[in-house]
Design a protein around this ligand. Structure first.
Ligand code: URA
Length: 275
């Protein structure tokens, strides 16, 4: 089978893990963790074509309100997410929006609320294999603004702030492990993050943001709070349709804003460009 080189692996011109060939995707890519959610997202567009289904990576390309858009699932956590971002960049992606689920740690956030992340605490290992821990895992201002605009226009209940990304859903997010394993450091993680004004825990945004900053791509994240760690409520599925609607609409806005930038000969978006 014709392959690429060991340091840039491909199979028949397809990127080795995601099995997407350059040119098959939009620049604007939604990144859910769950492959099933990639199917669900593609089902909300007026047109969609399955590009590849391989391991945890399912990719579709299509049209949302006439604008090109893609979705690729990342799997759970930093390592598989970094592979997705690396390969999607090679395939032509440059704007990433994570659409996921999350656990809220501030008591005022309700299950089903959306959280739009401006930056993520790097409590994972993958991004540390790329760059010093002091390097910021910040979202792109344009993507954050598009998500806020979309959430407002759709009447979603949302919050904007800092997220913490972990490598562990259980002990790393202060849930007792199997047979009650609960080391003392894990017991304090929620409170330590809560008093530092962190809104939520999830497992992918800091990797997406760190890599996007390194490579000059744009990224943002919108997640539905399915867990509330103060009240201990768990509502799987709540808010996911809203998060998908907001992410789709943010892509439409980014298309519009990018066209306005191009017309005005500007590199960066600013609100009066739309006047
Ligand atoms: N995803 C997480 O990482 N944590 C939660 O509590 C819920 C979803």
């Amino acid at each position: 089978m014709p392959g690429g080189k060991a340091d840039s692996p491909t199979v028949e011109n397809r990127l080795y893990h995601i099995m997407v060939a350059p040119g098959e995707i939009s620049k604007y890519i939604l990144l859910p963790g769950d492959p099933g959610r990639a199917d669900k997202i593609a089902g909300t567009w007026e047109e969609s074509r399955l590009i590849a289904r391989h391991r945890e990576y399912t990719t579709y390309t299509g049209k949302y309100k006439g604008k090109d858009i893609s979705v690729t699932s990342t799997g759970i956590g930093g390592p598989s997410t970094a592979i997705a971002v690396e390969e999607l960049l090679r395939a032509g992606g440059n704007t990433f929006i994570r659409v996921g689920t999350t656990g809220a740690i501030q008591p005022y956030i309700e299950t089903g609320d959306l959280i739009i992340t401006v930056a993520s605490v790097r409590l994972e290992g993958t991004s540390k294999q790329y760059v010093v821990p002091e390097y910021p895992a910040s979202a792109s201002p344009e993507v954050v603004m598009a998500l806020v605009e979309a959430a407002e226009s759709l009447g979603a209940r949302y919050w904007v702030g800092i997220t913490a990304s972990t490598d562990s859903f259980y002990v790393g997010q202060s849930r007792p492990g199997y047979k009650g394993y609960f080391p003392s450091f894990a017991k304090n993680i929620i409170e330590d993050m809560r008093i530092a004004n962190v809104l939520n825990f999830e497992m992918e945004s800091s990797t997406i943001f760190t890599l996007s900053n390194i490579y000059g791509a744009r990224a943002g994240a919108v997640c539905a709070a399915i867990a509330q760690r103060s009240s201990n409520d768990f509502m799987p599925g709540k808010g996911i349709d809203e998060a998908i609607a907001v992410a789709n609409e943010a892509v439409r806005l980014l298309h519009e804003w990018d066209e306005a930038k191009e017309k005005a000969g500007k590199k960066f978006f600013f609100p009066s460009l739309l006047k």
